[in-house]
Structures are given as C-alpha cells and as structure tokens.
Unconditional design. Structure first.
Lengths: 232, 232
DNA sequence: TTTCCAATTTGACATTTATCAATTCGCCGG
DNA sequence: CCGGCGAATTGATAAATGTCAAATTGGAAA
C-alpha cells in the first residue's frame, strides 16, 4: 500500500484517534486494489468479508428484488462501506459496483472486529460513523415517503450545488440513469422532471446544471435540514 | 421507578452487560412517566434531551414535511428510541407520540453520553444497537423503492404473522390509517390493497387477519431475508 | 339501548409514475 | 470525418397512487 493511501485512511474520522499499534494491525492485513469501471465489488446476501475504503473513484450501492433494481447510494472518496455488516458479521444488504476507475482498500472484517473489541477509541468512532449512517438512511426514507420525484430532484440539485461551492453552474456528477435510480424514479421520469424544473429556475444541458433562479427553485424544493443537511 | 421497570431495562441488550455502577448512575437520573394515548413525546428538530425507553404500550415515530406527514416506525416494548440522536447530541429527525397508554422511562441524554464515554461495554452495546437500527431503516428504504404498495402490505402481513406465532389468524395490531402511513400509502389505498389481497390468500375483517392460503400469498409477496427478516 | 362520532370503505376522478417503442443525441473508435 | 452504439429524450399509453366526497361501519359514551 502507498504511504499516501495509508495517510488518507489514517485521517478518516473512523481511524483518526485510534491506537497506532491497532491501526498498524489493521493495515497489515489490508490490501489495495485498482478496479476498472463497472466491476462488481459486493453482492447482497454474501458475507461481509472486507470493510471497503474508497480512496478514489466512485462506487454505487444498489439492491435487487424480484427482477427490479434500485440504487441506494453512491460512495465518494474518502469513505468506507459497509461498516454495519462488517461489525455485525452479517450479510451485506446491498450490492456494490465501481462507477469509475476506483482505488479501494480492503480491510479483512475479522481484523476490524478484533480491533473493535480491543480499541475503545475505535469502538467509539464506529458509533459516530454508524449513527451518521443511520441518520443518513433515515433522511433518505423521509425523502422518499414525503416528496414527489420532482421535489426529490429539486432538493438533490440544491444539495449538490451547496456541496460544490454554491456557484450557479456545476456538473451533475452522475449518469442520468443512475441519478434516476438514486432518486427512486425511471430515466424517462427523470427526463420529464428535468424539463418540469425549467419553469422553476433550473437549466440542465447534458451534464451541465445551471441554477438560474435559486429562490424560485427553493420555493418548489422547500429544503429542510432534517432531510437535506448531511451534517445534521 | 419500580424495581420491575429497572429489571426490564437492565435486561435489554443495550444495558445487559454494562457495569453496575454505571447502570445505577443512569437510573439515578432517570424518571418514569405514564402517558395516555395520543400524547406528543418528541418533535422533530428539537434537541434530544432524553433517551426514551418504552416499557409498555406503543409509540409512533413520524415525520412531517411541507404539510405532509408519514409514519416511519412503530415502537413496541421493550425498546429504546432514539439512540442515534442522543449519542450524537443531534436534533431528532422524527417526532413521536404514544399510540396506547404507555409507560416510558426517560434517561437524560447527558447521562447516557457520559456513561457511553466511560463504559466500554456499553459503548459496544450501542454499536450493536445502532448497526441493527441502520440495517432496519435500510431494509425499509429497499422495501419502499423496490415494491408496490400491495407487495409491501403482503410482506407486512407475512412478517407480522411470523412474529405472532405463525398461526393463520391474528390481529392487525395497528389502526388501519396508521398502518397505511407506515407502509407509505393513503388509507384509501390500503383499503383497496386489502381487497386486492383477497384473491391472494388473505381475508381481513376489521382488525382480524386470516391467511387462508399462505403459499399463494408468498407467491405475490416474494419475501426475502434481505428486506423482511428483522434478525438478518 | 341509542346516539353520535370518527374510522373505514367506496366510487369517481386526477395526478403521478412506469412502460414500451421510436427517435434523437453525443461520444468514441476507426 | 464518418459510423455505430449506448444513453437520453420524446410520445403514447397503462398502471399505480392520491384526492375528494359520499356512504357505511363500528365502537364509545350518554
């Protein structure tokens, strides 16, 4: 493993405060892989052998049922997935695949659990991470149950804008069909939602987004920290 | 607080293994309240002053946005809510109200956090609880995104049956309008879904459910542990 | 028991979302 | 520069879900 990878992981909230020996122990069993795009990383139902740490690139976490498929979330660097399964020694609830060329560190779940059992700082960091994950999915569920698809798109755009400097123009950052799945709609429906937002202060050309009337968009989106603020 | 309450709490997975002194410390600051039905317990957005432990009765956790409301989950005894907010010292993401006459123990969040900081066994129990909560909401989100409302109802019935002895007849255990909100549909839509299930091995009269053809219902519901098994 | 009130059900209809097929668009490789 | 191919868009239609109003039901209180 590169020293820079090691440093990036070390600085993650999850690993930041832990004992050096324990960190070393985790890193000893770890290995790094470079994946091309569209590679299957995990399959839901399989045992969670490794805690994945995404160093760069991006990965999609999705789920299937009865011939249908939906995207649950998109992982961006630097972050881990899926911690809950690793800690509980439970099967994955989601499948995963790379979207772009991605660099991923694999930490054997057994090592993670062993260190978790011994290192109290790490155990508490795991709590923070899980609490945040929990609140994240909960917000997602609220988003799904309380909003229509156009409203979800509108809020997604506002949030994405805020996370990318807040300027009026930015990139969509995701293929449209995957964004559609992420937002819980079909690609056709996303196309129509995009057109519907033209009357509400948004222009989207290809992957380029322009918020032409922020106030107007907010009037439609009605964002609230209790759904849309990732730090809340 | 009654000694029996104390014992019930002590036997919860969250508190089972912790140091007695720390448990005592939690209990010293705790107080018990008996609430009538339909009492507001928490309001989303408020600071999470107390960890709630439901001793008996039942409570609904719900969320509002833009004039709409939906039920996120229904708490049954003996269980805690909402741990993540308490640990993170973050605002509640859901509101709560009693459904029945309920007995609830309130643990000051500050005490919980203080003990969490000191007691390593407790800290690890918190991890288990949070991991389970996380996986629970995640399954909920999969349920919402992958299934139609009739399919959600069918799977709800199968699960409820399994959790109540597995016999062919059982009680619904929830007002229909709340069940509707819990499953992400309107009461009218639930009524129609119930009728739709008559052709698939289910008879519902008032609050009485009878599974007349389990195999047929499963053919429609297609349950999977990765969504429907609460212990998975 | 009777009355009353709220929950539920039903019907008619509107809206939202999905599906399917047919273009169109945009990009990559030759 | 030109094909070719997958993604995206569009149109037509169907299915799912929500809304509103009007019965109907069932249970609690007088």
């Amino acid at each position: 493993m590169r020293e820079t990878d090691r440093q990036e992981i070390r600085h993650l909230p999850l690993f930041r405060g832990m004992d050096s020996n324990n960190f070393d122990r985790l890193m000893r069993g770890a290995y790094v892989q470079n994946f091309p795009p569209q590679v299957d990383l995990l399959r839901e139902g399989d045992p969670s052998d490794f805690l994945h740490v995404l160093i760069n690139g991006s990965a999609e976490l999705f789920a299937n049922w009865n011939g249908r498929e939906t995207t649950m979330s998109v992982a961006r660097p630097v972050s881990t997935f899926i911690l809950a399964a690793t800690i509980q020694d439970a099967p994955w609830l989601m499948s995963g695949r790379t979207l772009e060329k991605s660099r991923i560190v694999l930490l054997p779940s057994e090592d993670v659990r062993a260190v978790f059992a011994e290192d109290n700082v790490f155990a508490r960091a795991v709590v923070s991470e899980l609490a945040q994950c929990y609140r994240g999915v909960l917000k997602d569920a609220k988003n799904l149950k309380l909003r229509t698809s156009v409203e979800r798109l509108a809020n997604y755009l506002l949030r994405w804008q805020a996370e990318h400097g807040g300027g009026p123009t930015f990139q969509l950052g995701l293929e449209k069909r995957r964004l559609a799945a992420r937002l819980g709609m079909t690609p056709e429906n996303l196309s129509r939602s995009i057109r519907a937002l033209q009357d509400h202060g948004v222009q989207i050309n290809g992957t380029q987004v322009e918020i032409t009337d922020h106030a107007k968009l907010e009037t439609l989106a009605v964002p609230t920290p209790l759904i849309d603020d990732p730090r809340c």
